[in-house]
Design a binder for this molecule. Sequence first.
Ligand SMILES: O=c1ccn([C@@H]2O[C@H](COP(=O)(O)OP(=O)(O)O[C@H]3O[C@H](CO)[C@H](O)[C@H](O)[C@H]3O)[C@@H](O)[C@H]2O)c(=O)[nH]1
Length: 338
Amino acid sequence: MSGNVLVAGGAGYIGAHACKALARAGYTPVTVDNLTTGWAPAVRFGPLEVADLMDRARLDEVFARWRPVAVMHFASLSQVGEAERDPGRYWRENINASLTLIEAMIAAGCANLIFSSTCATYGDQDGVMLDEDTAQRPANAYGASKRAIEEMIGHFAASAGLRPVIFRYFNVAGADPEGETAEFHDPETHLILLLLDVAAGRRPSLTLFGTDYPTPDGTCIRDYLHVSDLVEAHLLGLERLLAGEVSRVFCLGSGRGFSVREVIEAARAVTGHAIPVAVGPRRPGDAARLVCGSHRAGRELGWQPARSSLAAMIEDGWRAHRDLLPRFWHRNDGKESE
Ligand SMILES: O=c1ccn([C@@H]2O[C@H](COP(=O)(O)OP(=O)(O)O[C@H]3O[C@H](CO)[C@H](O)[C@H](O)[C@H]3O)[C@@H](O)[C@H]2O)c(=O)[nH]1
């Protein structure tokens, strides 16, 4: 396969992994990123256009320059806790950025969109396995903004010729097994990364957010999926769109749920570090249990997670955390540090 694929948010964690997979498959990934949460050194597999998705004139220039065959849209504010503190920002920025990007796509005649949605659009569903037909009842502003964008995409598909594939991600984790890119956020809020920070001596302990949930050990259950498996599904979705097949929503998860305590134990086993834990109150907006019960991506895309054991995700994350982060990630000017 060949052609330019515009990767909105290509300097972020998942976007950078997608760029590597696209380049390996023969596409040219063109990253569009405003570098507010993305990192220029992560853009290693194709060109970088520093642009804000809310800047329509800049987007028009980028589309005219690269004439992409498709867009993968990873760019988003995506922290549940931050969304609870500042919901207005999530509604304003996530929605405006997506709307401006979609309108620029339509104007440029680029119809193929792969959109990153989330299991946070489901909210708390009392223990059910979640699939594409489960009612979406988001419990926080992040999930609500993503659900609204899904709806917006539906309108553009119905009346403006947009051809979307929507992926609802569960908890993405791990890093490139070849160690070329990694997960990093500033500030860091993700469970596995925080555990690795403690193991690396960068933080004294982890605060466990709540032990009174209605789950077997009282801590929240999540479905963790390796980022390599996730981006593989995106390539299959892209092939589906380029082959002219109909638009679809797919849930992407491993189908297995792990409690926060189980993840802590797995991180202790992989890193060999005791990882001190302090129990704190619940984090507002957290659902008790989010686990994927869908087989649609397997049936229709031929996708199977291959690397999503908890140990493999933490091992790959740990290797990248130790080897790559200190070398790369504290610079945002496109140059590697020594
Ligand atoms: O310091 C911490 C951080 C997290 N947790 C717990 O660990 C679990 C996982 O938390 P993460 O922040 O790693 O992941 P979330 O499930 O909150 O969020 C992930 O899934 C969301 C959908 O629910 C969004 O897609 C989001 O971008 C993605 O990171 C949660 O129960 C959380 O309460 C802690 O106990 N302590």
